[in-house]
Design a protein around this ligand. Structure first.
Ligand code: SAM
Ligand code: ZN
Length: 283
């Protein structure tokens, strides 16, 4: 049977359990968050964060790029890892879920999954809410305490998004699984050579491991590498969906893409890392 949000969510104001009514989330202390017309809930009250949410344009580019299937192998690898390493999962959360593309695929592997998408961009969550009607999509800042109960999450995804190690460890069940995806330096390297994308520094996977080491242990590290043929429109989307988008105005970007001369054969290179709770230290 699917869990109810009452067993998973926490009120971000007072920490009480939260009930999911059709158009609102209400905690037992009376705090109420109404659904936006597009179905997501904005739990962020008060001051915004210093981190930049993905804009409407970035989200649209990402949605179209992902819909063309270029990162399908990554999506499938995440789903396979979740099934292999956490086969009985019911609560599946994505921290920095974007449009919910990966979360949808992982939730589909488990018959009773309750998906929770967390992201700071309401534009991304409009899409996630449509994609995950059986779950909840919450505007939230992953740098803040997560609106999730202690030890409530079976699978936590974190794909090209910020991490909060202490909170990730707090919300994972004792046998819960965290899957982290980072790009390798070779990722989209052909576009980087032409100076149209920002460089990916090496050693991101080791940084991830180090940052989580206090409470989570790496149990698997998989490198996934393949080539994709990107038509000019997809090259443009690959640029527009990432942080490099902030460095171009639209005219400049068109000029860059025109220079590229047709399809580009480009490397996709990701690292998928799996973490579980560190075993308790025995005296
Ligand atoms: C590169 S995108 C990846 C999105 C998604 N995981 C995917 O791969 O399609 C990074 C995402 O992290 C979100 N984000 C950035 N800072 C955040 C924060 N502090 N809290 C929650 N989400 C954040 C952005 O809005 C964006 O959707
Ligand atoms: Zn409350």
């Amino acid at each position: 049977m699917r869990l109810s949000p009452r067993e998973i969510l926490l009120c971000p104001v007072c920490g009480a359990a939260v009930d999911h009514r059709p158009d609102s989330l209400i905690c037992s202390g009376g705090h109420r968050f109404d659904a936006a017309r597009q179905g997501y809930f904005n739990l962020l009250t008060g001051r915004g964060t210093r981190f930049e949410a993905d804009s409407a344009g970035m989200v649209e580019a990402r949605e179209e790029f992902l819909a063309a299937g270029y990162y399908g192998p990554l999506r499938d690898a995440l789903a396979a890892a979740a099934v292999r390493l956490a086969p009985q999962s019911r609560t599946v959360v994505d921290a920095g879920a974007g449009t919910g593309y990966y979360l949808r695929a992982v939730a589909d592997c488990f018959p009773d999954a309750f998906p929770v998408a967390l992201d700071i961009s309401k534009f991304a969550l409009r899409r996630a809410a449509r994609r995950l009607p059986e779950g909840v999509s919450l505007v939230w800042d992953v740098w803040k305490p997560l609106p999730l109960q202690d030890r409530s999450v079976d699978v936590l995804l974190n794909v090209f998004a910020p991490r909060n190690p202490a909170e990730f460890a707090r919300v994972l069940k004792p046998d819960g699984l965290l899957l982290v995806v980072t790009p390798q330096p070779g990722h989209l390297a052909e576009l980087r050579k032409q100076a149209v994308l920002l460089q990916v520094p090496g050693g991101k996977d080791d940084d991830v491991k180090r940052s989580l080491a206090a409470s989570l242990t790496e149990v698997e590290r998989t490198r996934l590498e393949y080539a994709v043929d990107l038509p000019p429109a997809a090259v443009k989307r690959a640029i527009l969906m990432g942080p490099a988008a902030r460095h171009y105005d639209p005219g400049q970007l068109d000029a860059v893409v025109e220079r590229l001369d047709g399809h580009q054969r480009v490397s996709a290179a990701f690292t998928v890392q799996a973490f579980v709770r560190a075993s308790p230290v025995h005296a």
